[in-house]
Each structure stands twice: as structure tokens, then as C-alpha cells.
Design a protein around this ligand. Structure first.
Ligand code: NAD
Length: 477
């Protein structure tokens, strides 16, 4: 059984103890992951700290060129890394392109694109003010050492979202992947760190305790976290002690609102993938659907037909569209929420009963006759279950969308785009999509409001988020 290694200061690092990583589709042990000690975490931060000035001092064009080489390495190793994502995270291999299942190959394609785009962007000096007496310029400086902590749902892509913008502007990085999906991430970093100077990109691995040591290190200059709101709050409390700036991409409970003029057939496929991408284990999936009385049965029928047509199984098998839930804890949460809804009188339109056998498989499940206040509506299920809530007036649906303390994404579906836009502007969410959901793009800023966090990733705003502004103010003669 192979024990994988961390990367620290350009070298492979093992730890005294290690833990298993398992395939969620089969239960098979895939390999062992080092349990980084507190000393190893401190060493990784020290390596990043030591490497940072020289990395930041390199000509911009050199950093850009190296990151384009990182993109080439990701492309060249895409199949190897996609296989790790499928075996460790569960999503099917799938393919790339609009007609393909968005699985691990799509995740690796995303890694390459989310590398090339930030690598090609610049943060030019901004002129804040100028008259005959003074000139005030805003320059962007790297923060220093970025501590990046990632979840298990899109393990490689979310790591890339943190690594590449940070490196682009002259920071160095210490990354801690989720303990559920470490191997693919450690392997990706091992491969791309080969073309970077030692210490520029480092990893540590283990559970929450290891992440806790990392964010509590006073030499960390910026924390970039994606994960649950509960963990985010803990990290924010630690960061407050050191006054370390943070970007927090936290949980969501995105509402999707179907307007009365929507065409159920036309929107069904978009709604389905908006809710069930990666088996619903996506931060910005539609997690509660609001449908007007008149369209309710038609929308449910369209979604049910799609749900029942999607083969579920081991993502390594060709033809698989839906994989397992990634871990037992999440599986138990999904099962509890559906069981509570059923016990309270909701209708399980399809799914609702796990098939049993090895693997954390839970079928795509649609739940109707359910209202706001039910745990399945109010808690983030983060799995293949969608509660569908009827409404009478659009005002009711807007109020329902806004009533929870989350605000990552939301979507509005209708034929009249201007009417949909008017509804969208009233929803409290970082992004409101119209006739699509979760349609992120490397040039478009992404982030949450309310309990879903703060700060932005992607595009120019994402680059700015890993810098600190410095004003150069010149008095004119
Ligand atoms: P989690 O919060 O349990 O874990 C995330 C990471 O934090 C893991 O690496 C974990 O080891 C680490 N961690 C745990 N305790 C820590 C501590 N005290 N200090 C430092 N690090 C600690 O989240 P998860 O279950 O892996 O991911 C699912 C959640 O992530 C969902 O709520 C989902 O909505 C959210 N998410 C958000 C986004 C977004 O962009 N907003 C994207 C993906 C997932």
C-alpha cells in the first residue's frame, strides 16, 4: 500500500503517522496519507516564508511563463489526476464539452483553464488621483504566505483556485487538502511543484487539527478557506487573534425560483444539473426549488424523468453519470434529512432509499409537499436531494429565498429575461444566475454574502484578493 507524500521546500516529505484514503464507490483503501505534525506544518510555513521574497522579486513575465508551464503539466497529467479524483472523490470520469457528463475530466480541464486565465491577467498600477499638486497611485503587493484550506467536493479545482492567483501575484502557498480527498491533491502539487522554485508551493495533510495549526501560524499573511460555515467561523476566530486577512468561501443553500412564464421542458436540463452537479455536492448547487402552483406538476415531471434516466455507479465504469456521496458523514446527513421530510408527510417523488451494498450510494431524490422550515429546506443537504416548494405569488418566493442566513448563489428561471432580472436584483446572494445555475467562469468574480462568507475569487477581483494595496503618493513641485 503506497503512502503518498507532502511537498515541502521542493522535497517529498513523509510523516511518522498516516491515515487511509478510501474509494467512496467501493470502500477500497486507495493509499495512505501523511498525518503532518505541528513541526511539519511550521516547517512548511517557514519554507514558504523563506521562498517568498525571491519569488515576488522575479520579473512578472517569468512568473507568468512558469504558471503557463504549470498549465501544461496539468494538461499532460490530466488523465492520471482525473482518475485519482474519480477513485477518491467519486464523480464519474465523464468528458469535456457541453454534451458530456461534467465529471473528473471536466474538473481537470477546469484546473488548466483556471491556471491559464489568472496567469495571463495583470494588475496594472491604478491612478487614484492626480492634479497639479500631487499624483496618487495604487500599487498591488503580494500578501506574503497564503494558507489555503480546501474541501472534498472539487478537490483539485478548488486547490487551483487558491494556488494560481496567489502565485501569480508573488505569494507563496501552503495548502492543506481535505482529509477525505488528499491523494489527488498531493499528487497534483507534487507534479506542478517540480517546475516551481523550492518552497513556493508546499502541502501539509491531515484533519482539522492540522488546518488549525496552519492558520494559527503568525507567519501566515493571508488565509483562503473553502469549506463549511462552522469551520469558517473557527478559522475566522483564529485569524482575528493574529489580524490575518481571510477570504471565506462557505456553505450555501441556494434557492432556484421558477417564474410563472417559464417553460418547464426548456429549463429542465439546466435545473437538473444546477441541482445535481457532482451529486449535489457543490457549494453553488440549487438546494431548494421554488415553483409556482401552475407549473409545479410539469416541472416535477420533467425533473423526475431526468433523474430516473441517469445511471448511478462507480465513476470508473463507462456510462456512469451519477457517482456516490463522498463520505459516510455526508451520506448520513442526506439520509437523515430525507427521512425527516418523509416522516413529516412530504412526498418522495423518486429516490429516497439507498440501494445498500458497498459504497455511499444514494439515488437522486426529489421531494415535494414540503415547506420552508422543514430541515431539508433550511439545512444545506450537500447531496443528491432537491426539495421542491410551491408558491402562489413571486413575492413569497423572493422572501423565501432571502430568509436564511446563507447567500452564495441563487437562480431565476423564466422566459422574460428582464422580469427575471428584476427578481434577481432583489435576492441576497453573491451571484444570481438567470436561466442557469452555478455557471462560474474564470473571469467572473465569485463569492458569498451573509453566512456564505466574504471576499471574492476569480478574475481581476480574485487576484486583488491575494494582494494588499499600497499607495505611492507623490508631491509635485
Ligand atoms: P469542512 O469545513 O468540514 O472542511 C474543509 C476543510 O477545513 C478541510 O480541509 C478540513 O480538514 C479543514 N478544517 C476543519 N476544521 C478546521 C480547523 N479548525 N481549522 C482549519 N481547518 C480546518 O468542509 P467540507 O465538509 O470539506 O466541505 C463541504 C462544505 O464546503 C459545504 O458546506 C460546502 O457548501 C462548502 N463549500 C463551499 C464552497 C464555496 O466556494 N463557497 C465550495 C465548495 C464547498
Amino acid at each position: 500500500m503506497q503512502t503518498f507524500t507532502n511537498t515541502c521546500d521542493g522535497r517529498a516529505v513523509s510523516s511518522a503517522t498516516s491515515f487511509e484514503s478510501r474509494n467512496p464507490a467501493t470502500g477500497e483503501v486507495l493509499g495512505r496519507v501523511p498525518n503532518s505534525s505541528a513541526e511539519e506544518v511550521a516547517r512548511a510555513v517557514a519554507a514558504a516564508k523563506a521562498a517568498q521574497p525571491a519569488w515576488a522579486a522575479r520579473p512578472d513575465a517569468e512568473r507568468k511563463d512558469l504558471l503557463m508551464q504549470v498549465a501544461d503539466v496539468l494538461k499532460a497529467n490530466a488523465e492520471y489526476l482525473a482518475t485519482w479524483v474519480t477513485r477518491e472523490q467519486g464523480k464519474p470520469l465523464g468528458g469535456i464539452g457541453p454534451d458530456q457528463v461534467p465529471g473528473s475530466r471536466f474538473e481537470l480541464w477546469g484546473c488548466e483553464v483556471w491556471t491559464r486565465v489568472p496567469a495571463s491577467l495583470d494588475l496594472p498600477v491604478e491612478l487614484a488621483f492626480e492634479d497639479e499638486t500631487r499624483r496618487d497611485e495604487v500599487h498591488r503587493r503580494p500578501c506574503g504566505v497564503v494558507a489555503a484550506i480546501t474541501p472534498w467536493n472539487w478537490p483539485l479545482l478548488i486547490a487551483i483556485w487558491k494556488i494560481i492567483p496567489s502565485l501569480r501575484v508573488g505569494n507563496t502557498v501552503v495548502l492543506k487538502p481535505s482529509e477525505y480527498t488528499s491523494i489527488g491533491t498531493l499528487e497534483m502539487v507534487r507534479l506542478i511543484a517540480e517546475i516551481l522554485p523550492p518552497g513556493v508551493l508546499n502541502t501539509v495533510s491531515g484533519g482539522g487539527e492540522v488546518g488549525g495549526w496552519l492558520v494559527d501560524d503568525p507567519r501566515v499573511d493571508k488565509i483562503s478557506f473553502t469549506g463549511s460555515s462552522t469551520t469558517g467561523a473557527r478559522i475566522a476566530a483564529t485569524a482575528a487573534r493574529h489580524l490575518t486577512p481571510t477570504t471565506m468561501e462557505l456553505g450555501g443553500n441556494d434557492a432556484a425560483i421558477v417564474l410563472p412564464d417559464a417553460d418547464p421542458k426548456a429549463i429542465a436540463m439546466g435545473l437538473f444539473w444546477g441541482a445535481f452537479l457532482n451529486m449535489g455536492q457543490t457549494c453553488a448547487c440549487a438546494k431548494r426549488l421554488y415553483v409556482p402552483d401552475a407549473l409545479h406538476d410539469a416541472v416535477v415531471a420533467e425533473l423526475k424523468a431526468l433523474a430516473e434516466a441517469m445511471p448511478m455507479g462507480d465513476g470508473m465504469q463507462p456510462g456512469t453519470v451519477m457517482g456516490p456521496i463522498q463520505n459516510r458523514m455526508q451520506f448520513d446527513k442526506v439520509r437523515r434529512l430525507v427521512d425527516e421530510a418523509r416522516a413529516a408527510g412530504a412526498t418522495i417523488v423518486c429516490g429516497g432509499t439507498p440501494p445498500g451494498g458497498p459504497g455511499h450510494f444514494y439515488p437522486v431524490t426529489l421531494v415535494t409537499d414540503i415547506r420552508d422550515g422543514a430541515s431539508l429546506v433550511d439545512e444545506e443537504q450537500f447531496g443528491p436531494v432537491l426539495p421542491i416548494v410551491r408558491y402562489r405569488e413571486v413575492e413569497e418566493a423572493i422572501a423565501a429565498a432571502n430568509r436564511l442566513d446563507t447567500g452564495l448563489g441563487a437562480s431565476v428561471w423564466g422566459s422574460d429575461v428582464e422580469a427575471a432580472r428584476a427578481v434577481a436584483t432583489r435576492i441576497q446572494a453573491g451571484t444570481v444566475w438567470i436561466n442557469q445555475h452555478g455557471a462560474i467562469h474564470p473571469m467572473v468574480p465569485f463569492g458569498g454574502v451573509k453566512g456564505s462568507g466574504w471576499g471574492l475569487e476569480f478574475g481581476i477581483d480574485g487576484l486583488k484578493a491575494v494582494t494588499r494595496p499600497q499607495v505611492i503618493s507623490v508631491k509635485k513641485a
